[in-house]
Design a protein around this ligand. Structure first.
Ligand SMILES: [Zn+2]
Length: 320
């Protein structure tokens, strides 16, 4: 490890677990841990868990900590460090999380929306290191987005920018959790993918997707679909291609609006691999304005398993 390295604590706040890590300024995880969020018992219990996890990381480390970065769901006011109505964290309303943690440890604390933190993480440590501008899309239970323009995160008026998951690609389309219809999240969120594949069970019984789980539909995960596709199962390949095409159509709108044509794809479903990336790129190229076509580029995120921790810690090294 370089002597010039600085260090940050990254906190990835999720509805089920909170992940913690000590991360160096070149993006390496020095140590990490996790605790249950205890989300169902309300914000005080969750904050207690955050303090417990951060304090353990600090105690184990023998370096100077330059800051604490927290990636949290919901709308975040970066200046005030407040977290507002985060989904999967009931009873929060508005919590001054940044102030609370900063006061506890007397260390500079930065709070950012988790999808935005993922984009900053890719810019500082990952696939966006050498890019001036890009759009990051994170595929998981939900579909998050982050817009980086000229090495700066675009936050919008209140910090809510980049909700790519709720771009509608069909005004008569599938119902989305947000209350709208045809949102890209309603086609590419993990649960929606599983739901759609289960709906095809009767007509696609012979697919390897269902053979791999011996028709025990409770065992269906995106990983199973990925495994079936790797073994050239036509149905699984179709599922991934359709998914990619739809995401690509949404990203074409993003490109047309912003004149940003490089897309970084991260999150769990990106385990669908190059097949998914190619389908997104093809879909995007099919629908984007002629003048942008040659510049369309869809690449994989570099940060993977610890992306949440690295993204959160990158907030400390990001100069906004
Ligand atoms: Zn929606």
């Amino acid at each position: 490890m370089k002597k010039s390295n600085k260090f940050a604590v990254g906190v990835d706040l999720g509805g089920t677990y909170i992940k913690f890590g000590l991360v160096s300024s070149d993006g390496k995880i020095v140590s990490k841990s996790f605790l249950e969020s205890k989300a169902e018992t309300g914000p005080d219990a969750v904050i207690k868990q955050i303090k417990k996890g951060v304090s353990a990381i600090i105690e184990q480390s023998n370096v100077k900590i330059n800051g604490i970065g927290i990636g949290a769901p919901g709308v975040i006011s970066v200046k005030k460090g407040t977290v507002e109505n985060p989904p999967n964290l009931p009873g929060w309303g508005k919590v001054h999380l940044g102030k609370i943690i900063q006061k506890e440890f007397d260390i500079d604390t930065h709070v950012e929306n988790d999808a935005n933190a993922a984009a900053i993480g890719e810019m500082i440590f990952g696939a966006g290191k050498k890019l001036n501008s890009f759009v990051m899309i994170t595929l998981g239970t939900g579909v998050g987005g982050g817009i980086i323009f000229d090495r700066k995160l675009f936050r919008g008026e209140t910090g809510a920018a980049g909700e790519i998951g709720h771009l509608s690609i069909d005004f008569n389309g599938a119902k989305c959790n947000c209350g709208s219809v045809g949102c890209i999240e309603a086609y590419s969120g993990n649960n929606y993918i599983i739901h759609d594949v289960l709906r095809d069970y009767e007509s696609q019984k012979s697919s390897l997707v269902f053979k791999l789980i011996e028709n025990n539909l409770d065992l269906l995960t995106p990983k199973v679909i990925s495994q079936a596709a790797e073994q050239n199962d036509n149905y699984a390949i179709n599922v991934i291609n359709n998914l990619g095409t739809r995401i690509g159509y949404a990203m074409a709108s993003v490109a047309n609006l912003l004149d940003l044509t490089t897309i970084i794809v991260g999150g769990g479903v990106s385990g669908f691999g190059t097949r998914l990336l190619e389908a997104i790129e093809n879909g995007m190229r099919e629908r984007v304005l002629q003048s942008l076509k040659p510049r369309v580029k869809v690449i994989s995120a570099k940060l993977s398993n610890d992306a949440g921790i690295q993204g959160a810690s990158s907030l400390v090294f990001y100069k906004s």
